[in-house]
Write a protein that binds this ligand. Structure first.
Ligand SMILES: Cc1cc2nc3c(=O)[nH]c(=O)nc-3n(C[C@H](O)[C@H](O)[C@H](O)COP(=O)(O)OP(=O)(O)OC[C@H]3O[C@@H](n4cnc5c(N)ncnc54)[C@H](O)[C@@H]3O)c2cc1C
Length: 390
């Protein structure tokens, strides 16, 4: 297999690199991935958004007619790889990644006209209301009810683990509209204004003391029926829409390599202060992690080469998701071991700015979010290896 760029791909890569060199503001080391409250950082973010928007790169996979760049999966792959190398933040979040493709495929003209521009200009933040206390891996068993009443649905129930609900303006959600139908066939995909009366957002603080996700409660919340996307009771199939996205996770493989490099640099610089046996143990671990990072990169290449050949990755995407997220955890563990007692400090004055302990705490959820490792293994077993379901 030849992974080298064709002349056209090399030219595209050069264009992306030149853009990053000229346009990427200096967001600073620590706060690069967190949204600023105001001042200079806000100005830098606004400038960056405008630079991306001018090229349709907020939603590079979307068709041009909707404000995207209409890039092919391989051109998206190159863009994502170069953005990850430059540690350049992408924008748009769930609105771009999840809701936009759904609206483009299933939304009516009014729904597209109302929501698409506000996803692209960042004026509306979206959250995803899928998981419920009893429905995560088995999402189709969800119980939040939406009952038709005139021109509205009336929603009652609860969502959980709703990332960013406390900052979101709107929510795309799945609710049960026909409790008597088979579980996949009685669900409707709704758009809901988070300012509607009857919504309570309660924070869930994770073990790193961060408020990332929430519980969301609905008590007689009225949602106009016009906010249903696609057919009533067919929401399960609406919710699985993906458009033609690049799904190789190359950004994550590049980030992991950079993480290993940062740790290796620290190890080399601090050799004189580390007992020789500990130093050797750390070396061995980082050699293993380095090999695994190369494997993660090759898994990304495998997926993008399938997409470039017009195939749809299936169990291959599960292999990459499972491997990448478990590698994230192994890298985090190796870093904690390398730092010894200091690996438990989250303080910015700790070695590697406390990122090791924070990275370790943050890595635990990687194998749960977006489908657990067990679910990925089930997919690999059934769809990849053809084994029976049970
Ligand atoms: C960081 C993070 C962000 C999230 N953000 C959102 C969000 O914005 N919106 C949203 O809707 N949800 C979100 N989630 C929820 C996420 O989708 C669920 O946590 C995930 O689908 C797992 O569901 P669960 O937590 O209910 O676990 P369960 O499904 O109850 O699973 C519990 C355990 O049982 C195992 N298990 C379950 N079924 C099987 C099976 N058939 N075979 C073998 N093992 C099985 C699982 O692997 C797991 O170990 C987020 C989760 C995390 C961690």
């Amino acid at each position: 297999m030849d992974w080298r760029d064709t002349p056209e791909q090399a030219a595209w890569r050069g264009e992306v690199q030149a853009f990053l060199k000229n346009e990427l503001p200096d967001f600073g080391e620590i706060d690069r991935y967190s949204r600023p409250g105001g001042g200079e950082m806000k100005a830098a973010w606004d400038k960056w958004r405008a630079a991306l928007a001018s090229r349709g790169w907020i939603a590079s996979a979307w068709p041009k007619e909707y404000g995207g760049a209409g890039l092919s999966p391989i051109d998206q792959f190159i863009l994502n790889e170069e953005f990850a190398e430059a540690r350049a933040p992408q924008m748009g979040g769930m609105g771009v990644m999840m809701l936009g493709p759904t609206l483009i495929t299933h939304g009516n003209d009014d729904q597209k006209k109302t929501h698409i521009p506000r996803i692209l200009d960042g004026s509306v933040q979206w959250c995803q209301g899928y998981s419920e206390p009893g429905s995560g891996s088995d999402l189709a068993s969800l119980q939040t009810r939406a009952i038709r009443d005139g021109d509205d649905f009336v929603v009652n129930g609860q969502k959980i683990w709703t990332s960013g609900a406390h900052n979101a303006d709107w929510c795309f959600m799945l609710a049960r509209t026909d409790p008597d139908a088979p579980k996949h066939r009685g669900i409707t995909y709704l758009l809901l204004d988070m300012k509607s009366p009857g919504i309570t957002v309660r924070p869930l603080v994770n073990m790193a003391s961060q408020h990332h996700f929430n519980e969301v409660f609905f008590e007689d919340v009225r949602v106009p029926a016009a906010n249903a996307i696609g057919e009533i009771n067919r929401g399960w199939y609406v919710g699985t829409t993906t458009l033609d996205f690049e799904r190789s996770s190359i950004g994550s493989a590049v980030g992991q390599r950079q993480n290993v490099e940062r740790n290796l640099k620290w190890l080399k610089e601090n050799k004189a202060t580390i007992a020789p046996t500990d130093y050797d143990a750390a070396r061995m671990q980082w050699a293993d992690r380095w090999i695994e990072v190369q494997t993660a990169t090759l898994l990304s290449y495998r997926i993008i080469s399938m997409q470039a050949a017009g195939k749809i990755p299936n169990s291959e995407a599960s292999i990459a998701k499972g491997y990448n997220t478990e590698l994230t955890q192994r890298i985090a563990r190796s870093a904690v071991k390398m730092l010894g007692m200091n690996g438990q400090l989250t303080d910015r004055s700790a070695p590697l700015k406390g990122n090791v302990a924070m990275g370790y705490l943050g890595s635990v959820s990687a194998t749960i979010a977006g489908g657990t490792s067990e679910i990925q293994r089930n997919i690999i077993a059934t769809r990849g290896l053809g084994l029976p379901r049970a």
